[in-house]
Design a protein around this ligand. Structure first.
Ligand SMILES: *Cc1c(COP(=O)(O)O)cnc(C)c1O
Length: 367
């Protein structure tokens, strides 16, 4: 009898599924723990929750959900265009920025092409590449971060896309604006550069990205950002790309007609200008980062210096430590699937959560 799964293309069957962070309720069920006492520091979510402005907007929009959302996302695109001083035609909305990463792959890659990404970079880049039958090329990392020279060298005649996360997940490393600009100047014009800035809001003022300035100069640049991290809207799924109007038009051709839901649209529009919430989230992250790094120093545990809202810490047998932390009610993320079997990635939480993690880590080391 035919196994229908054998009929899926080879390139689909070769895909290793994305491994998400373990949900709190799942761990509570598995270990019979009280969900309220479990700390999840596994998915780089905002420990403050969502922007309060977003919550108010969602309440007010509840009675509209029987209707389809605005498929053009007019209001959110207008708000983004206004904030970033681009034309609304340069904005593409996604069901999370994951969606726009996939749209980019679908619009520009095919089985005859390849895409370059870095070792230890975000797992969605190979997934989006392989799902359209394109070839993924992994460039070696340098000090766990992107090595732009190695990425340039990895570009082949059939390469049409390069993915870069800045800061990078799961390592938290950052490329400078000068290095990124030099890279854009050297990348062949037929190669689209997807610059993923999911954690940009966590950068201090002096390190903020110049990507919006580059958009005017590089028609092959796609910048992606998200409401999932600093804006605290991960569960709603909304992100966006900024690109030239012509490239944005290509992405929109492969976009699902109603890819961003009504509540996500109003929440993101309200959250976008909630500067107070972003400032509070940034400040909390700075404090939490200091708390965690100081705690790790005391425990003699190494970590990769991070520019984002998480930290990759070096632990030896990370899988075993991950399990031990689960037993202590703390969910972090093992990143062996990122080629880092000795590391755990821990998201910065509230002070009490960071403390619970450090305490659990200390206990687990002694176990
Ligand atoms: C979390 C993350 C995203 C955002 O995913 P969404 O689909 O917007 O929730 C994108 N890129 C990187 C590198 C991330 O870590």
């Amino acid at each position: 009898m035919t196994n229908v799964c054998d009929l899926a293309p080879d390139y689909i069957r070769a895909i290793a599924p994305y491994q998400p962070g373990k949900p709190i309720d799942e761990l509570a069920r598995e270990l019979g723990l009280d969900a309220s006492r479990i700390v999840k520091l596994a998915s780089n979510e905002n420990p403050l929750g969502a922007s309060p402005k977003a919550l108010i907007a969602i309440d007010a929009a509840m009675d509209t959900i029987a209707r389809y959302p605005d498929g053009s996302g007019f209001d959110l695109k207008a708000a983004l265009a206004d904030k970033f001083n681009v034309d609304a035609a340069q904005v593409v909305l996604g069901n999370g920025s994951n969606d726009v990463l996939e749209m980019a792959a679908r619009a520009f890659l095919s089985s005859a092409t390849s895409a370059v990404f870095s070792e230890h970079a975000f797992a969605v880049y190979p997934l989006a590449t392989l799902a359209v039958g394109a070839t993924g090329i992994t460039a070696p990392a340098k000090d766990y971060g992107h090595d732009l020279a190695a990425m340039l060298a990895a570009i082949r005649a059939d390469t049409r896309m390069v993915f870069i996360a800045n800061p990078n997940n799961p390592t938290g490393t950052l490329l400078s604006n000068a290095d990124m600009l030099a890279f854009l100047e050297q990348v062949p014009s037929q190669v689209i550069v997807v610059l993923d800035e999911a954690y940009g809001e966590y950068l201090p003022q002096e390190l903020q990205s110049d990507a919006l300035i580059w958009l005017a100069r590089f028609p092959n640049l796609i910048v992606t950002r998200t409401f999932s991290k600093a804006y605290g809207l991960a569960g709603l799924r909304v992100g966006y790309a900024l690109a030239s109007a012509a490239v944005a038009d290509m992405l929109n051709r492969v976009r699902q007609p109603f890819n961003v839901n009504s509540l996500a649209l109003v929440a993101a529009t309200a959250a976008l200008n909630d500067d107070e919430f972003i400032a509070r989230s940034y400040a909390l992250n700075q404090l939490g980062m200091r708390q965690l790094t100081q705690g790790l120093h005391l425990l003699n545990i190494d970590y990769i210096p991070s520019y984002a809202n998480f930290l990759a810490i070096r632990i030896g047998n990370a899988t075993a430590m991950y399990r031990r932390l689960l037993e202590h009610g703390v969910i972090v993320r093992p990143i062996g699937n990122y080629g880092m079997p000795e590391y755990l990635r821990v998201s910065i939480g509230l002070a009490a959560e960071n403390n619970q993690f450090l305490q659990a880590l200390e206990d687990a080391i002694k176990d």
